[in-house]
Design a protein around this ligand. Structure first.
Ligand code: HEC
Ligand code: HEC
Length: 311
């Protein structure tokens, strides 16, 4: 287990209270900058129906109004699992990441795959599995792919608590609406970046926290290697990583990289070795794999590049 994880595991829950409105405002402002940029998709993500924008106007964040009693206790347990995933569920986690390594600000940050409103988005058809997935299915995909671990029983107490936390973050978001910064952008670049430049960007901007070999440190989790996310994770796709990095990294100087630097460093990171995922070749069974999928898929033969950056 990495030191980063150990340290984060003992962060007191009370520290979770953050100046969320200020952060959100900052992000909204900076988000516009990116949306003006033609190289990023989802430019329309902010054109929200009124109901969802009011949910956005007063973000309560992860700590907002957790009720007392058994429901509140379940929400808090769910949040604790997201923050200290391996300590909570050692048998289900195979690497040094935790859920909030990627779902930043306890899952409430726009443009970092926020869980805000996630209950209103499932069940959902997902092209990667070729199936309609429940929110529990989706959580288990991240356990297997992003945490290099194994699925939780969908009717067990841990899943119940996780879903309680997701529901807490979804209050007030009507089914069928979009929230600001939902999901993750997929960078619309013509081609994979320059990995040699990406290596230089990593050394200059990322290694001080993520380690010179992407192995992680007390300051940040690994970005590749044995303790990182699997090749089958969304984050193993360079377009996804580029968007995540462009919006969120370096952690203390967000929005400071150019689009090209983000694309280059993402191309470099996703070219590095990482844990495999069994059965990955069965992904996108209908043959619409995105062009940045990190592996060949059976269903994809012939049409692999047909629909760039579709997920
Ligand atoms: C390595 C980074 C990473 C880690 C760690 C990770 N996830 Fe994810 N997660 C992603 C990405 C990327 C997506 C895809 C966002 C999209 O669909 O556009 C995602 C999507 C999701 C979604 C669906 C969100 C939506 O709006 O549809 C849920 C729920 C989720 N993750 C839960 C979890 C849970 C629970 C954990 C811990 C067990 C976890 N994730 C760990 C990267 C990660
Ligand atoms: C100041 C420290 C710092 C710097 C510099 C930094 N990061 Fe991070 N990064 C973090 C932290 C902290 C997290 C995880 C958040 C958490 O666990 O709370 C993270 C998460 C990530 C993740 C998702 C989780 C993972 O490890 O796979 C990626 C990918 C990532 N950073 C890439 C980068 C890239 C690329 C750069 C350079 C452009 C960079 N980071 C610079 C601190 C940093």
């Amino acid at each position: 287990m990495s030191l980063a994880l150990r340290r984060s595991a003992i962060v007191p829950l009370a520290r979770a209270v953050r100046p969320v409105p200020a952060v959100a405002a900052l992000l909204l402002a900076s988000g516009c900058k990116i949306q003006d940029d033609a190289s990023f998709r989802r430019a329309t993500a902010d054109r929200l129906p009124a109901a969802a924008s009011s949910a956005r106007a007063e973000p309560e964040g992860a700590e907002g109004a957790i009720p007392e009693g058994p429901m509140g206790a379940s929400i808090r347990r769910g949040r604790a699992i997201m923050l200290a995933t391996r300590d909570s569920l050692p048998r289900n986690v195979g690497n040094a990441l935790r859920c909030v390594s990627c779902h930043l600000d306890e899952g409430s940050r726009p443009y970092a795959m926020p869980w805000t409103g996630v209950m209103a988005r499932y069940p959902q058809y997902r092209s990667r599995s070729g199936q309609v997935e429940t929110v529990e299915d989706r959580v288990n995909e991240c356990f297997r792919r992003s945490l290099a671990g194994s699925a939780l029983p969908v009717d067990g107490p841990a899943m119940r608590d996780i879903v309680a936390y997701l529901a807490h973050l979804s209050r007030g978001v009507p089914v069928g609406t979009r929230v600001t910064g939902q999901g993750i952008d997929s960078v619309k670049a013509a081609a994979r970046g320059d990995t040699a430049n990406g290596r230089a960007v990593f050394a200059a901007q990322c290694a001080r926290c993520h380690g010179p070999n992407g192995e992680g440190s007390v300051l940040a989790p690994p970005t590749w290697g044995r303790k990182s996310f699997t090749i089958g994770a969304g984050m193993a796709r360079w377009r996804v990583t580029a968007a995540f990095v462009r919006h969120n990294m370096p952690n203390d100087r967000r929005e400071s990289l150019s689009d090209q630097e983000a694309i280059d460093v993402a191309s470099y990171i996703t070219s590095r070795p990482r844990p495999d995922l069994r059965g990955k070749e069965l992904d996108w069974p209908r043959g619409n794999a995105p062009d940045d999928a990190a592996y060949a898929t059976k269903g994809a033969s012939g049409s692999r590049n047909a629909r760039a950056s579709r997920r």
